[in-house]
Ligand binder design. Structure first.
Ligand SMILES: Nc1ncnc2c1ncn2[C@@H]1O[C@H](COP(=O)(O)OP(=O)(O)OP(=O)(O)O)[C@@H](O)[C@H]1O
Length: 240
């Protein structure tokens, strides 16, 4: 059973068609990458699938349920592009608050907070107020919050922006461990090396998914060795 299933989604803002016709599915136990030029509609795809924005046409099912749905939202680890954090609280207090909201048992909460803050390397800064955090630290805290409660589905909008390469690698190891537990991850990224690490990747160009397959299959199809080159060639073809 698919964790996400989008069928012929269309979304316009005024006269601008941002999503012309988007269909995709995310399976259990996979890391699914959504890549595309800036402004191609990656964030809109996410907000429409979650029901934050209303689709003009088509259907979006998340965990077999039409969104928006509060109960389902509670079962997803969602990291938006802008951080929604309590600035006047410390990181630990934020994690505690969101952990309780997600129903993490009080008994295991401290251990869970320990684990997610280690993944994003914030364990030494947990008792600082978020207002004193850098942009990258806030991103890392948002990611830690998304990881709370071991959600069966993670939806991460550019989770590694402003994050150093070594930590980025550590975060991807965690995403792979999550995948290996048969949980699913949908991730948008601008970093082509990251797209290489996904199980399947979709290229969103001009409001359509122009390619959608395993990275290696796409590289063979375009006779290149990197997803970056697939991306550039596909983009040039669309622009023709
Ligand atoms: N609420 C909105 N009202 C009007 N236009 C919007 C709205 N949200 C997005 N758009 C427009 O839709 C287009 C796609 O934006 P979106 O943020 O989905 O792209 P993106 O692929 O996520 O971009 P980036 O990679 O830069 O984050 C842009 O032209 C944007 O201006």
């Amino acid at each position: 059973m698919d964790k996400i299933k989008l069928t012929h989604l269309k979304k316009t803002f005024g006269t601008q068609t941002v999503l012309a016709d988007v269909s995709l599915n995310v399976k259990p136990g996979e890391i699914f990458g959504l890549i595309g030029p800036s402004g191609s509609g990656k964030t809109t795809t996410i907000s429409t699938m979650l029901g934050v924005e209303k689709a003009d046409r088509g259907e979006a099912l998340v965990l077999d349920t039409q969104m928006p749905n509060r109960e389902i939202l509670g079962r997803i680890g969602y990291m938006a592009q802008s951080d929604a954090l309590y600035e006047s609280l410390t990181a630990r207090e934020n994690l505690k608050f969101f952990g309780e909201m997600k129903g993490v048992q009080q008994k295991g909460l401290a251990t869970t907070i320990e684990h997610v803050s280690q993944v994003v390397d914030l364990q030494d800064d947990l008792d600082k107020r978020v207002s004193g955090y850098s942009g990258g630290m806030k991103r890392r805290l948002s990611l830690a919050i998304a990881l709370l409660g071991d959600p069966e589905l993670l939806i991460l909008d550019e989770p590694t922006v402003g994050i150093d390469p070594a930590l980025r690698r550590q975060i991807w190891q965690e995403l792979q461990a999550i995948r290996d537990q048969q949980r699913s991850v949908l991730v948008t990224t601008h970093v082509m090396d990251e797209a290489e690490l996904t199980d399947r990747v979709a290229l969103l160009i001009g409001g359509r998914i122009v390619e959608f397959d395993r990275p290696q299959v796409l590289e063979q199809r375009y006779q290149v060795t990197k997803i970056e080159d697939v991306f550039l060639k596909a983009e040039a073809e669309v622009e023709k």
